[in-house]
Design a protein around this ligand. Structure first.
Ligand code: GDP
Ligand code: MG
Length: 231
């Protein structure tokens, strides 16, 4: 089976963190970037993505596969992120080639593990190597990658320390955040803000005028089921 092209969805919001998000001036640069959210199953990739897009945590995310579009202004640059939230691993044989195609599509990467799941942490060096081999090639430019330790709220089940996470990210030249998608929006915002800071202008495509349509209906339908906000 070839790469399934996911549905494209858009969401927009008005930032309320003035310390983090600058109001774009008339000369603000408008760019767009493709972000791939990767990691083992069940680590909270969808929870983190949905938290960033909507500020909400809904608990169960099913196996949706979307590319979401979302605006963020960082350091005077208005970036339209296209975020691909990869669903649970499907057909094993298909996995490698699909992942390669997704990596080619992306300009920047969010690699998520769970602090309660050692295996999800252990696979990261290989993932980073794979991404770097595919993206850096002969160029000396660094690939923007942020490593995220999720489920920080589950203290008693922690098996990966913050130091281990930080050291791994340092050794792989990646950004690092520990967050709880379940507990707060701020961590998710920091992740994408930090990622944006790592993307040089040369890696951003000029915006092609993609239309932002507001929160998607299908997402709203899911939220109607369960809401556990903790802003
Ligand atoms: P994915 O397979 O990586 O996309 O993982 P999901 O986003 O679907 O989350 C998997 C499970 O972990 C769900 O039951 C979520 O409710 C839960 N989850 C996600 N993030 C957190 C978190 O920060 N804390 C806790 N306690 N649970 C979380
Ligand atoms: Mg998911």
């Amino acid at each position: 089976m070839g790469l399934r092209l996911p549905l494209r969805r858009s969401a927009s919001f008005t930032p309320d963190h003035p310390a983090l998000l600058e109001v774009p001036g008339p000369a603000a640069l408008k760019m767009e970037a493709n972000v791939l959210v990767m990691g083992a199953d069940n680590v909270g990739k969808s929870a983190l993505t949905v938290r960033f897009l909507t500020r909400r945590f809904i608990g169960e995310y099913g196996d949706m596969e979307f590319i979401y579009s979302h605006n963020l202004t960082v350091d005077g640059r208005e970036i339209l992120f296209h975020i691909w939230d990869v669903p649970c691993s499907q057909d094993q044989a298909d996995q490698g080639s699909s992942e390669e195609k997704r990596i080619q599509w992306a300009d920047s990467f969010v690699l998520v593990y769970s602090i309660c799941d050692r295996a999800s942490f252990n696979i990261l060096p290989l993932k980073v190597q794979f991404i770097k081999a595919a993206k850096e090639g002969l160029s000396q430019e660094k690939v923007p990658i942020v490593i995220v330790g999720n489920k920080r709220d589950l203290h008693h089940q922690r098996v990966v320390s913050s130091e281990e996470g930080r050291l791994l990210a340092l050794s792989l030249d990646c950004g690092f955040y520990e967050v709880s998608a379940a507990e707060a929006y701020h961590g998710a915002l920091m992740v994408f803000h930090g990622l944006a800071e790592r993307i040089p202008d040369t890696r951003l495509a000029l915006k092609k005028g993609t239309r932002i349509r507001g929160i998607v209906k299908s997402m709203s339908a899911v939220f109607a089921r369960k809401r556990t906000d903790s802003l």
